[in-house]
Design a protein around this ligand. Structure first.
Ligand code: CDP
Length: 230
């Protein structure tokens, strides 16, 4: 079974996708972590994030690996260094949209994601999973929430990591990233026509997980196999 979870920053994709994977016993891939890892390496090497050729030299000269850790999500490695936490730094977040907007960078990363997808059942979260990476997914969900709520959630997350943030600044950063992600030429953030839209603004994590799992299970008990609900 293949499940795609897409949506903008802070809509709850990673947490929800990871919990669904855990409950269904599937692998989980946080595709944003791959763009973040390349961004971290580019920043370390002082590469201009507008220079596609230089970014491709970074992407092709570093060994990017993701391991599946069940309930604790993915661990991300660059040349065997664990960068799982480093890729969440505000500096990486500020540059990742620019890096991910380049066609060649996307082709390179999407090819890796397709390879991982082919290895068996999986839940992937990102921006273009239902539209580009797994257009044939059995289930496609598009999670949304207001900018205010998404910024509030991100603030709690960052503060838990010891990063103090200003709420209105965070809202502005999220708006800008949404804008860049949804207006770029190459596979922009958008809901696949056959994705199920879930507004998570007033829902808790467990309510969203419950809603998605009941849709999947209700359907599978009808027909005894997991099938598409498009
Ligand atoms: O967790 P958060 O929503 O902050 O972002 P993320 O999922 O880690 O993704 C970081 C960035 O990577 C996004 O803002 C996009 O620019 C890019 N991305 C993408 O272009 N395509 C994906 N499938 C996943 C992420």
């Amino acid at each position: 079974m293949k499940i795609a979870v897409d949506g903008p920053a802070g809509a709850g994709k990673s947490t929800i996708a990871r919990l669904i994977a855990e409950r269904l016993g599937l692998r989980y891939l946080d595709t944003g972590a791959m763009y973040r890892a390349i961004t971290l390496e580019a920043l370390r090497r002082g590469v201009d994030t507008n220079d596609e050729a230089a970014l491709m030299r970074v992407a092709t000269s570093v060994d990017l690996n993701i391991s599946f850790q069940g309930s604790s999500g993915n661990l991300v490695y660059l040349d065997e260094e664990d960068v799982t936490e480093l890729i969440r730094q505000p500096n990486v977040t500020a540059h990742v949209s620019a890096v991910s907007s380049h066609k060649k960078v996307r082709e390179f990363i999407v090819a890796l994601q397709e390879q991982i997808g082919k290895q068996g059942s999986i839940v992937m979260d990102g921006r273009d999973i239902g539209t580009v990476v797994m257009p044939d997914a059995d289930w496609k969900f598009f999670l949304e929430a207001t900018v205010e709520e998404r910024a509030r959630r991100r603030k709690i997350e960052l503060e838990a990591q010891g990063v103090p943030v200003d709420l209105s600044e965070l809202q502005e950063q999220i708006r800008q990233r949404d804008h860049r992600d949804s207006t770029r030429d190459n596979s922009p953030l958008r809901k696949a026509k056959d994705a199920i839209l879930v507004d998570t603004t007033s829902l808790s994590i467990s309510e969203v997980v419950h809603r998605l799992l009941s849709l999947i299970k209700e359907d599978s008990s009808d027909v005894q196999v997991f099938r598409c609900r498009h």
